[in-house]
Design a protein. Structure first.
Length: 84
């Protein structure tokens, strides 16, 4: 199961302010990350693209993700550990 743990954002300078633009989401499964971009990131004046990951806190996703180990334990006890 994939967990949506992070927002992928890009900083955009506007005068002396920095606006954070949501460009996608990142998933973590075991020790690997995958990223889904909803839009193309815009390169800065040097031609570089810098993206940052922020843990999703504004919705119920973290509570749901926290349940996963408990669910695996229940499955392991109920079905003899055949959960993957």
């Amino acid at each position: 199961m994939w967990n949506v743990n992070y927002k992928v954002v890009q900083a955009k300078k506007s005068g002396d302010r920095t606006n954070w633009i949501n460009v996608g989401m990142a998933f973590k499964r075991e020790d690997k990350f995958s990223m889904k971009l909803d839009t193309y990131p815009i390169p800065n004046e040097k031609g570089e693209v810098w993206l940052q990951l922020y843990e999703r806190m504004e919705d119920e996703i973290q509570k749901e993700n926290a349940k996963e180990p408990e669910q695996k334990d229940v499955h392991k006890k109920s079905y003899g550990g055949s959960a993957s």
